[in-house]
Design a protein around this ligand. Structure first.
Ligand SMILES: C[S@@+](CC[C@H](N)C(=O)[O-])C[C@H]1O[C@@H](n2cnc3c(N)ncnc32)[C@H](O)[C@@H]1O
Length: 274
């Protein structure tokens, strides 16, 4: 399949699925490879034939939706963000939780991949918060639409390439190398973590969260209207003064969302409390 043909197919198909083409520009090759495999499975000659197939088989659109998932992640991706979480955001959230008599801090990673992001928060919390605050439980919820990702998240075993942004001493303290060469996160760091299958476009876990991470998903790949729907859901789930973290190359759709930038914490906004 020629790149040019795949690009023109994606520019036609993505908006119909509620996605935006610019988000896919750099990662299109992996999506195009999957579409090429799908054509082979369906014994279709080319993308023109696939367009006709989509027109006559409407359920194929949800299959195509699945082919458009980008699943790249790693521990402490964008290290500066995790440094700010450790130094500023998590201690402040812990302090506020205690000030209002709460016994736990709740964290939601929306589009959690194979758990790299939520486990990074757990590691940062255990490295930083116990020193400034104690007696608070950490509850972590990771949600993702992809069952394979969720299975990997529960296994918590990773290739070295996913761990390259972690401080080396954390790797020694928190992971055990398996005979396969992969690294398994020790059970102590997985306590309090739950993973659920959810589509962020229509679902969210119940209750309020002190910290929500929604990075490298909605605000990169989704069309503006869908971004607004997702952001509205995230804001609803955010506790007063809670923090929302987005990807370092992302911005939020314009509007009055009741959010303000968190001082000295890149990519973090805070919910204005009433
Ligand atoms: C690029 S990864 C980002 C992982 C992590 N948040 C990070 O920034 O490293 C995007 C993740 O979102 C998941 N995803 C895609 N569409 C989704 C949806 N509609 N609802 C929930 N998760 C979704 C994918 O399966 C994938 O694991």
């Amino acid at each position: 399949m020629r790149d040019l043909d795949c690009v023109s197919f994606l520019q036609w198909a993505l908006p119909q699925l509620g996605f935006r083409w610019p988000g896919f520009r750099k990662v299109r090759r992996q999506v195009c490879r999957r579409i090429a495999r799908r054509l082979h499975e369906l014994e279709l000659a080319d993308l023109e034939a696939y367009r006709r197939h989509l027109a006559s088989h409407p359920t194929e659109w949800s299959h195509l939706d699945g082919l458009c998932r980008v699943t790249i992640s790693r521990f402490c991706r964008d290290r500066g963000v995790f440094q700010a979480l450790g130094k500023k955001v998590l201690p402040a959230l812990a302090e506020r939780a205690r000030a209002v008599g709460e016994s736990r801090v709740r964290v939601w990673s929306a589009g959690c991949g194979a758990g790299e992001e939520i486990y990074s928060v757990a590691l940062v919390w255990h490295q930083t918060v116990p020193e400034v605050e104690s007696g608070l439980e950490l509850e972590l919820v990771g949600t993702d639409i992809d069952d394979h990702q969720l299975e990997r998240a529960r296994r918590a075993t990773y290739p070295e390439s996913c761990l390259r942004e972690l401080p080396p001493e954390w790797l020694d303290e928190s992971f055990t190398q398996e005979p396969s060469g992969e690294w398994r996160l020790d059970v102590d760091w997985r306590r309090g973590v739950r993973f659920d299958h959810q589509d962020i476009r229509t679902q969210s876990p119940s209750g309020l969260f002190h910290l929500i991470l929604c990075r490298n998903l909605a605000f990169t790949y989704f069309a503006e209207e869908v971004q607004r729907q997702v952001l509205s859901r995230l804001v609803t789930r955010l506790a007063p003064s809670g923090a929302l973290v987005i990807g370092s190359h992302e911005s939020l759709p314009a509007g009055e969302w009741g959010l303000v930038a968190w001082d000295d914490a890149p990519s973090v906004v805070s919910k204005i409390s009433d």
